[in-house]
Design a binder for this molecule. Structure first.
Ligand SMILES: Nc1ncnc2c1ncn2[C@@H]1O[C@H](COP(=O)(O)OP(=O)(O)OP(=O)(O)O)[C@@H](O)[C@H]1O
Length: 426
């Protein structure tokens, strides 16, 4: 082995230990090696790879091996920040820039001066934000929202995406000049199914961690189960593998795991299993009555959230303003009310109000009623949440992990779906 290569390999192993990165796959090692090589420079890096492959490790490595290591490292999930606030989050705002801007606020680019910002899911940035970002990349300049004063910052940007940004460029959703600015070097992480040797290694590490965490003896897979583990497609990559490891660790009392047991924890439909092709349910996964019911519940929950948002704004801004700034939301919730084009927000809500009984009255009974009502509500919420998780998983599987298609099918925005994936760790 050439001296230089040996040096890099030793460093790669040390970095893996330091960042608790499991695996020995050559493509993984090459990705880490590239991160080590670019770290001392200020070269812009784009990390690519499917969701859940561990892209976040790369910017952490780059930052900690760079001259910026004593500066701030900020990881920003561009897909998880609402469009309306992203400019202010990234670049800050002046007092009074918009309703609710009660004081001047520093954005991440100001806070991270001298450090590194990791822009995860960079393809989700709105076009207006992309223009601001391009300016920072070109000359380190930015302007706070609501200000006219140009400020300077010295931040290294590492970006990541799990979608093909060329498609977004073609559709006019991502600026080509920004893409090239962000991608001097591309570091690609392989999907788990291409890291055959690493799958069992990772699984063993996760079950050992969970055994420790839940104070249980570790699980052991028999040979057939190991084979299935390695053949499975793992569309959700390491995140999915870890979830499965956790579920089995918690739920299986018999710690010797057979093929059948493992299989019962893996989705059987869709694209995860290469050998099982299910033709029967191709048309629609939401065709059974039960699924339609869940879909209705899911829609109801989404409407409820919209209503909550409207009510909050109503309290803050008064009725006329709410109607002006939320025409789409109002249309979505109330539909086209032809005879009733103006919705009277001042009207008393027609909801039943539970009046608390006086203490002299049947205090105990009333109190129990409240408790009962609260318990039911909590259970309902949990059950609904479980259904929501099921539906999201199902839709993602059906659409081969494509969030846009899954969001369309579920009738929610891609941004909401993204947040739910993070919230439920799917
Ligand atoms: N090599 C590894 N060894 C151990 N754990 C890992 C490894 N790579 C990733 N993980 C774990 O897998 C999970 C998913 O990783 P991460 O969030 O970095 O994925 P990602 O590629 O950024 O996904 P997304 O595109 O959805 O943001 C994390 O909990 C991370 O700690």
């Amino acid at each position: 082995m050439a001296k230089e290569t040996k040096f890099y390999m030793e460093t790669v192993q040390a970095i893996k230990q330091r960042f608790e990165i499991i695996g020995n796959d050559p493509k993984l090692n090459r990705a880490i090696e590239k991160a080590i090589q670019v770290a001392p420079t200020d070269i812009s890096v784009m990390v690519t790879g499917e969701s859940g492959v561990g892209k976040e490790n790369i910017p952490r490595i780059i930052h900690s091996l760079s001259h910026r290591k004593h500066g701030k490292y900020i990881a920003v999930n561009c897909g998880a920040i609402p469009e309306g606030t992203i400019d202010s989050e990234l670049f800050g705002h002046e007092k009074g820039a918009f309703t609710g801007a009660t004081s001047t606020r520093e954005g991440y680019f100001e806070v991270a001066d001298g450090g590194t910002i990791f822009l995860d899911e960079v393809g989700e940035l709105p076009l207006t934000t992309q223009v601001r970002l391009l300016r920072v990349l070109e000359n380190g300049e930015f302007i706070k929202v609501g200000s006219s004063q140009v400020q300077k910052t010295n931040v290294r940007i590492v970006a990541a995406t799990n979608v093909n940004l060329f498609n977004a460029i073609e559709k006019g959703k991502f600026r080509e000049d920004l893409y090239y600015r962000l991608t001097t070097v591309e570091i690609t992480l392989p999907p788990l199914r291409e890291r055959n040797e690493d799958i069992h290694l990772l699984f063993r590490k996760f079950v050992a961690d969970f055994a420790h965490k839940y104070k249980m003896p570790p699980l052991k897979l028999d040979d057939d189960a190991v084979q299935l583990l390695q053949k499975f497609r793992w569309n959700g990559n390491i995140r999915q593998l870890r979830n499965v490891a956790e579920q089995i660790s918690v739920l299986e009392t018999n710690r010797d795991i057979t093929l059948a047991t493992l299989q019962s924890y893996l989705p059987t439909e869709g694209s995860n299993l290469p050998s099982v092709i299910n033709d029967k349910k191709k048309e629609s996964d939401f065709s059974t009555e039960r699924d339609i019911l869940y879909k209705v519940l899911f829609d109801m929950k989404s409407d409820l959230n919209d209503l909550k948002k409207l009510t909050l704004e109503l309290m803050k801004n008064g009725s006329s303003k709410v109607q002006d700034i939320n025409p789409n939301l109002i249309q979505k919730i109330y539909g086209s009310q032809e005879n009733d084009s103006e919705i009277d927000f001042e009207e008393e809500p027609r909801t039943a109000v539970m009046t608390p009984a006086t203490r002299e009255d049947n205090y105990q009974i009333q109190d129990d009623n409240y408790l009962f009502a609260e318990t039911i509500e909590e259970e309902e919420i949990l059950r609904l949440e479980q259904k929501e998780i099921e539906m999201i998983k199902k839709s993602l599987e059906k659409n081969k992990g494509k969030r846009k298609a899954a969001a369309d099918e579920l009738g929610i925005s891609e941004r909401t779906l993204y947040r739910k994936i993070k919230q439920f760790d799917l």
